[in-house]
Design a protein around this ligand. Structure first.
Ligand SMILES: [Fe+2]
Ligand SMILES: [Fe+2]
Length: 151
C-alpha cells in the first residue's frame, strides 16, 4: 500500500492486480476488485442525491457482503502464510487487522446512518486493495514462487 497511488477503479472486470501465484488467492483478489468497483459505483451514485431508505439497505447489504468476504480472504491468506512459515506474517497480519478495524468503523457509521457518501469515500476499498495486493501480497507471492509452491 503506502507509497503507491492507485489509478481510478476500472469500469470493467479487467483487473490491475498482480499475480500472487496461488490460484485461489488470485480468484479472491479478482472478486474483491469487483466488489470495490461495485462499491465505488454505488457511492458515486449516492453522492449525487439524498439517501432514501432503500439506498441505506443497499449500502448495508453490499458492505456486509464485502466485509464477510474480506474476512474469508484474509483468513485464507494468513493460514497459508503460517502453513509455509512466511517470515512477513506478523507484519502482514497487522495490515489486515488495521484494515478490518477501519471497515468496522465505516460499518458502524453506516449502521448509525452517520456517514456522508462523498467522492473520497468511493475509492476507499479500491485504494486499499490496489495498494495492498500489489505491494504486500506480491511479497508473499515471490516467497511462494521461490519455494516452488504452486497451487
Ligand atoms: Fe490479498
Ligand atoms: Fe494480504
Amino acid at each position: 500500500m503506502l507509497n503507491q497511488t492507485a489509478p481510478p477503479p476500472p469500469k470493467s472486470a479487467h483487473c490491475l492486480m498482480s499475480d500472487v501465484g496461488i490460484s485461489l488467492l488470485n480468484k479472491q483478489h479478482l472478486r474483491l476488485a469487483s466488489y470495490a468497483m461495485e462499491f465505488n459505483q454505488l457511492v458515486e451514485e449516492l453522492a449525487t442525491r439524498e439517501m432514501e431508505k432503500k439506498d441505506w439497505k443497499h449500502v448495508d447489504a453490499l458492505f456486509s457482503r464485502i466485509m464477510l468476504f474480506v474476512a474469508t480472504h484474509f483468513r485464507d491468506e494468513e493460514e497459508m502464510m503460517q502453513e509455509h512459515g512466511f517470515p512477513g506474517f506478523a507484519h502482514h497480519k497487522k495490515l489486515h487487522d488495521k484494515f478490518v478495524d477501519e471497515m468496522a468503523r465505516v460499518q458502524s457509521q453506516i449502521n448509525n446512518r452517520k456517514i456522508a457518501f462523498t467522492g473520497k469515500m468511493s475509492t476507499l476499498l479500491w485504494d486499499f486493495l490496489y495498494g495492498h495486493i500489489n505491494t504486500e501480497d506480491s511479497i508473499y507471492g515471490d516467497f511462494y514462487r521461490e519455494k516452488g509452491i504452486d497451487r
